[in-house]
Write a protein that binds this ligand. Structure first.
Ligand code: GLA
Length: 352
């Protein structure tokens, strides 16, 4: 039995530290933020030919899409996410019904805050609930994997599981230590006291599918091949030093970044925020010099946070644009263009 309406909210994410580690089966420390995407779904009567269809309205863009549930075509832009999520849910055996989808969000797109993962997750939760509200507790890791297939196979971004896990597992005042090899999520209380985490947009739009993201992923895969390991998580430091460039630089970043995530967890456990700031700076230097995914606009944004007194600042997410993250001690004021972010609730159904 399906209900007539359903609605779900899924948040975007900030990644405190642990960048490009997800598809290298390493560690990261993201949290869900308050902003995200809301999908309202209602059962749609079959079309004139009696076939179940999906009709979607992207309210923020003023655009529409419509397709048959039995024959989901490939698409571009936001349509690729909607079509891909519907198709992957059907393929995974979730009972879907013809539906009308209203999509709205308050998450800046292209800001590196995972508006795409928020869209996939909100769509998945609303569509599953509309088709079979009695489905009960979903396995969030299965949903994360399903949404990531949408990115990989429908959108063409070879991203990992970071964004979807952060959106699905987020909780107020909590960062999530994610181990991508064990696929384990450990909540880490994020007590900021009077300190603030802020985001500053570099002004450069970020898109995984069209940036150098897939190239970095391929370079990491090549480093694994040369080292004879399944993932850079297992790479031996001495062997990494003998790799040619750029594979050596990419692998050095991953090894160092996994260690910084461990140290960041220790810093949060001991409420040592100055140490967290140092780790953010070290992560940025590694992303800029070893992983080479910074841009002049990102550097300007990082410098402006540091000049304003940030204890640490770094590029965040896939790189090549988007927002930078800064950590400020209570006595400093972030630049006016920066806005504060707080760890907030993860994806959930809206019952109103
Ligand atoms: C993007 C991807 C994630 C992750 C980050 C980098 O946000 O979607 O899977 O790889 O970049 O850490």
């Amino acid at each position: 039995m399906s209900s007539e309406v359903s609605a779900a909210f899924a948040p975007g994410r900030v990644n405190l530290i642990g960048e490009h580690t997800d598809y290298n089966l390493g560690l990261a420390l993201p949290f869900a933020i308050a902003e995200g995407v809301t999908v309202r779904a209602r059962v749609l009567d079959p079309g004139p030919a009696g076939e179940a269809r999906v009709s979607a309205h992207a309210a923020d863009l003023g655009e529409r899409d419509e397709f048959l549930l039995s024959e989901v075509p490939a698409g571009e832009g936001w349509r690729a996410f909607v079509r891909g999520t519907v198709a992957e849910l059907a393929r995974a055996g979730f009972p879907l019904v013809g539906s009308s989808l209203e999509i709205a969000g308050n998450l800046q797109q292209g800001a590196g805050l995972s508006s795409s993962a928020a869209l996939e997750v909100a769509l998945a939760l609303a569509l599953i609930d509309l088709g079979s509200p009695a489905v009960g507790e979903l396995d969030r890791m299965d949903i994360a994997r399903l949404c990531s297939r949408v990115e990989n196979d429908w959108v063409g971004a070879q991203t990992g599981l970071l964004d979807q896990i952060a959106s699905l597992y987020g909780a107020a005042d909590t960062a999530l230590c994610v181990d991508f090899r064990a696929l384990e999520v450990t909540p880490v209380p994020l007590h900021l006291g009077g300190w603030r985490l802020v985001l500053l947009h570099s002004g450069e739009r970020h898109a995984n599918a069209s940036s150098g993201y897939n190239e970095r992923r391929a370079e990491c895969a090549r480093a694994c091949e040369l080292l004879g390991v399944d993932s850079l998580r297992e790479a031996d430091r001495a062997a990494v030093e003998r790799l040619p460039d750029p594979e050596r630089l990419r692998a050095q970043h991953i090894l160092g970044e996994n260690e910084r995530v461990r140290e960041a967890v220790r810093a949060l456990e001991s409420e040592d925020l100055p140490r967290l700031g140092e780790l953010l700076n070290a992560s940025h230097a590694s992303l800029r010099d070893l992983f080479q995914i910074s841009t002049p606009a990102v550097e300007v944004a990082v410098q402006s946070l540091l000049r304003a007194g940030a204890s640490g600042a770094r590029l965040m997410g896939g790189g090549f644009g988007g927002s930078v993250l800064g950590l400020f001690a209570p006595e400093f004021t972030a630049p006016p263009a920066a806005r504060e972010v707080r760890p907030s609730a993860g994806a959930h159904l809206l019952r109103d």
